[in-house]
Write a protein that binds this ligand. Structure first.
Ligand SMILES: [Zn+2]
Length: 458
């Protein structure tokens, strides 16, 4: 008897504990305090046109109740997207409740003005918290609407360029411009800041119509602003054709015996004859060296470092010109063709080599077929190259002044005799150096245009 009473009493307590437990669980469940998660990607600083975003929301307990996406600009509120979700019940076993949506923000269809906006995302869940409103997550993202392209206009009126030579233009662009320059067909030459005035920035740009172009290219100015808006502008230019010479070069066994030891560290395939080794050097190594020179454009200083006419090796004769089309023969048979990308100057053996103008040494060392080489950056993409040297008297990073001795001539690399191979690069592309030794050319094509910039400065 007593046993059964005790038993039923125990059963009663268990029932109460169970009921209270269930109630507690129920209350904890319906008043859960876990916030829904929300994300909006990407997060651009600027939008310049229709921009797609991915909205992702989720709730792991009571489930999603509502989602709202709005855009706010100067007190104006534009609804982009709203959604109400059906209640999934207290005992949902479907796990986390997730929802993804792609939305597009188009400043023109939403009639947004230029300037700051706020994208606001509000998501609630089915918790009974907050007076039954549920847990609320608010995500705010600030961005700037900028759909107006930068303005860009040439200052110099007429621009002459000889194929393989250097072109130069001065132009102005609106202050929001972050990148600009000249396009020669698809080839881009960056412009460099050269002053401010009239709420604009003045720029200079050196470019070339490369020696290798076959068809007459199209040139235009181009600019991009902080938001990614782009503009193009035309300018007047004349391209003068240039006839390059053809030169016949006989490769002799004696020459091969003389130059090949310099390339002993080059990894040739086994079993190559001397003339085959020469072809590897003249093609592959030449190409590698050309690429190394091209990459040096990234080391340029944004300011003009040079001044006045450039120096030419003293008391020297021109042995080969820029753009010479060289045809190589071995035992009377044509074996190769290459373009000569500098001017070869010969004087006495081991002549002193001077820096052609003020600048900064961006390379000093061995450079394949060019032998011991010094490269001087003159700023804004302009550089000079001195090759086949026997000795180098400067090191990378040195600032040099016009006339400073940087080395002596010799015949290191792929050279038949003591001479200086002098080259000029514009944004990593070789151009004809002779223009830079010509004070009239510099005055007409560069100084005169730089003066126009000063005249229009406020
Ligand atoms: Zn040369």
């Amino acid at each position: 008897m007593g046993r059964s009473r005790k038993f039923s009493f125990g059963l009663g307590i268990t029932a109460v504990v169970l009921v209270l437990g269930a109630l507690a669980w129920f209350l904890v469940a319906i008043f859960e305090g876990e916030m829904p998660s929300a994300s909006l990607e990407p997060s651009p600083q600027y939008i310049n046109g229709p921009q797609e975003f991915e909205v992702r929301v989720a709730d792991s307990k009571s489930g999603l109740k509502s989602l709202k996406v709005e855009v706010l600009q100067e007190g104006r509120k534009v609804s982009i997207f709203t959604k109400k979700f059906p209640y999934r019940g207290l005992l949902n076993k479907q796990g986390s409740h997730e929802f993804d949506k792609k939305i597009t923000l188009d400043p023109s269809t939403l009639d947004l003005g230029q300037g700051g906006i706020k994208v606001v995302l509000e998501v609630r869940d089915y918790s009974r918290r907050n007076g039954g409103d549920g847990n609320l997550t608010v995500l705010e993202k600030k961005m700037v609407v900028d759909t107006i392209p930068p303005s860009i206009r040439p200052v110099s009126r007429m621009n002459y360029i000889t194929v393989g030579g250097c072109g130069f233009i001065v132009y102005r662009a609106s202050l929001d411009t972050v990148e600009s320059g000249v396009y020669v067909d698809d080839l881009f030459f960056p412009g460099y800041k050269a002053g401010k005035g009239y709420g604009e920035t003045a720029y200079v740009c050196y470019f070339t119509v490369p020696y290798y172009v076959k068809k007459r290219p199209r040139l235009h100015l181009w600019g991009k602003d902080r938001a990614g808006n782009e503009s193009k502008a035309g300018f007047y230019y004349r391209i003068r054709k240039k006839r390059f010479r053809t030169e016949r070069i006989n490769i002799t066994d004696r020459f091969l015996k003389k130059v090949l030891p310099y390339f002993s560290s080059y990894k040739f395939q086994p079993g190559l004859t001397n003339v085959e080794k020469f072809l590897v050097i003249n093609r592959e190594l030449r190409k590698e060296n050309g690429h190394a020179f091209y990459m040096m454009r990234g080391k340029t200083t944004p300011e003009q470092l040079w001044k006045g006419t450039w120096l030419r090796l003293k008391n020297s004769a021109t042995m080969a010109r820029f753009g010479d089309h060289r045809i190589y023969y071995y035992k009377g048979k044509k074996i190769d063709e290459q373009t000569h990308l500098g001017v070869d100057l010969a004087s006495l053996a081991n002549s002193k080599v001077q820096a052609a103008n003020n600048g900064k040494v961006i390379f000093a060392g061995r450079m394949g077929i060019y032998g011991l080489t010094v490269v001087i950056d003159h700023g804004q993409g302009l550089a000079s190259i001195y090759s086949h040297l026997g000795e180098i008297m400067v090191k990378e990073g040195d600032l040099v002044s016009k006339g400073q001795v940087i080395g002596v001539t010799d015949q290191t690399g792929l050279a038949a005799g003591d001479h200086l191979h002098f080259g000029v690069m514009v944004n990593g592309i070789f151009v004809n150096p002779v223009e830079w030794w010509d004070s009239h050319w510099i005055k007409d094509n560069i100084i005169r245009k730089l003066k126009m910039l000063k005249r229009t400065k406020s």
